[in-house]
Design a protein around this ligand. Structure first.
Ligand SMILES: [Zn+2]
Length: 105
């Protein structure tokens, strides 16, 4: 299954290995593996098709509650509703290249 999404977090393109910031268009190829579905990501430059014009822009709202999601057996990402984490999960904002930022560059 092939689907265009906007990334929730930074991701690395599977072809050019560029790290892209949250909100970037991402083409996901979802495959059914032996241990469940898995996805391969492509950036907009490495995808073999243009980004759909109607792809919604993801706005990062840090006040909305964090929802844990997982890919279902049919390859669709759905929220996990019956999971209560023992440690409170909080959203942190990392720069795109946190190693350079930590080194003071
Ligand atoms: Zn790429």
């Amino acid at each position: 299954m092939k689907v265009w999404t906007r990334s929730k977090a930074s991701f690395a393109c599977g072809r050019c290995a560029n790290i892209l910031p949250p909100g970037s268009p991402r083409l996901q190829f979802v495959f059914r593996g032996k241990n469940g579905p898995f996805a391969k990501d492509r950036c907009e430059h490495c995808a073999d098709e243009p980004v759909p014009a109607d792809l919604p822009i993801r706005t990062m709202n840090f006040h909305e509650p964090l929802v844990l999601t997982a890919f279902d057996i049919d390859g669709v990402e759905r929220p996990i509703s019956n999971l209560k984490p023992m440690t409170p999960i909080q959203r942190i904002e990392l720069p795109v290249d946190w190693r350079k930022k930590a080194a003071g560059e």
